[in-house]
Design a protein around this ligand. Sequence first.
Ligand SMILES: [Zn+2]
Length: 358
Amino acid sequence: MNNIYIWQTDIWRMLTQSQATRGHALLLKGRKGIGKLTFARNLAKSLLCEKPSTDTEACGSCPSCGWFEQEGHPDFRLVEPEALAALADEAMAETSSDAETNTEMVPGSAKGKKKPSKQIGVEQIRALTDLVHMSSHRNGYKIILIHPAETMNLAAANALLKNLEEPPPQTLFILVTHRPQSLLPTIRSRCRQITMPTPDLATAIAWLKQQGAKDPETSLAAAGYAPLAALEFDDDDYLTRHKTFIRQIGTPSGFNPILLAEEMQKFDLPTAVSWMQKWCYDLMSFRTTGKIRYHLPMLATIKSLVSEIDPRSLASYSRSLISTQRLARHPLNPRLFLEEMLLSYAMLIAPARSKYAD
Ligand SMILES: [Zn+2]
């Protein structure tokens, strides 16, 4: 199969077998970065295709496939938050992929523009009414892909629920989420729930090598073993920044929070906070289980650092990062925001610093 990730082939076969295996609503759930959305799009495209292959993959050349690729299929609708759509448009508009683009990841940051919503609103679900209640243009399926499903606000979720309770004929809803617990239980129970697989380590590494990844093992560990997310980590600028950041917070004697905050102030802040979260996760994890998850090449550093710092302070610092992460999208002053996070970290590792300073 050409377009289906190798770790998804079993699920693909099952869901394309017959309509009965899909029902009228699917909930594809699983961690970030394993290709759920791509799978959902491929599934929709193949179900709409007029000449699918023996593997039930879309042919890519019929009128239906053509419309799908042009984002204009009359029987298909992608429902996503405005902010995500705006981000996709920006990405399409960016012809160059300089390092600069990475530093401006917050959508709608242009001055004066109304910020695009990060939620799926009720009007977006209501707008589906025509599609849902008319017969399909091509005498086949009508497919609605909702992603990320957990961004539906309550009104939107309730409007969708009505559709799920009285499923319109020949219509398939595909909901994609990495936070199924944030969905209304009534929505979950109306869907056929599919847990999307994460590939095992060897499969993921082989796949990343095929994609030309420079350092599959490191990127994979940094991305929490989600291969598609790992590809993002394999970008040169990203890898260098990440390495510098980790090297600095992992070297108590030379750690300079003010300088690091200054260097990082134009970087995507939620990403910077998540790096710190993963680092602290490893510190905590090493303390309790002797194992780490994200920074395998730094095991020795983590070991010596953990032996010096107070476990209770570490736990409370890690907890504080949850609210730091919440604020990271809209800091009043990015540099001060980072300084605060890094100064607290510096205090946390202060015992290790004085040891190394001698
Ligand atoms: Zn086709």
